[in-house]
Design a protein around this ligand. Sequence first.
Ligand SMILES: [Zn+2]
Length: 111
Amino acid sequence: MTTDAARHDIGRQRHEDATSRESRRRLEHEREVRLSQVAAIERTPQYVTDEVMLAQLDTARSALEEVEAALRRMNDGTYGLCDACQAPIPAGRLEILPHARFCVTCQRRRR
Ligand SMILES: [Zn+2]
């Protein structure tokens, strides 16, 4: 690695630290929201036969899974790296989508 590349890496590291602190805060908030959504639906006895509520429960549960997976990646230090190509996901993308698992290129390829 050249000195220039090393300097660039340090700058990027600092920015990523700030981004991931903000992402963690947002992910934790999202987890709370989704958990209370799931709990609220499950507290409603008729949800088991209500298609709308079942669909909402499904959405809330998959969102919760995404958020929890992102928080796990933060704990193992793989947060912000694309799951497919391992390239760093641009901070701007993580700001919009804190639970993003893929870079834009890989995400497009999966569709
Ligand atoms: Zn990728």
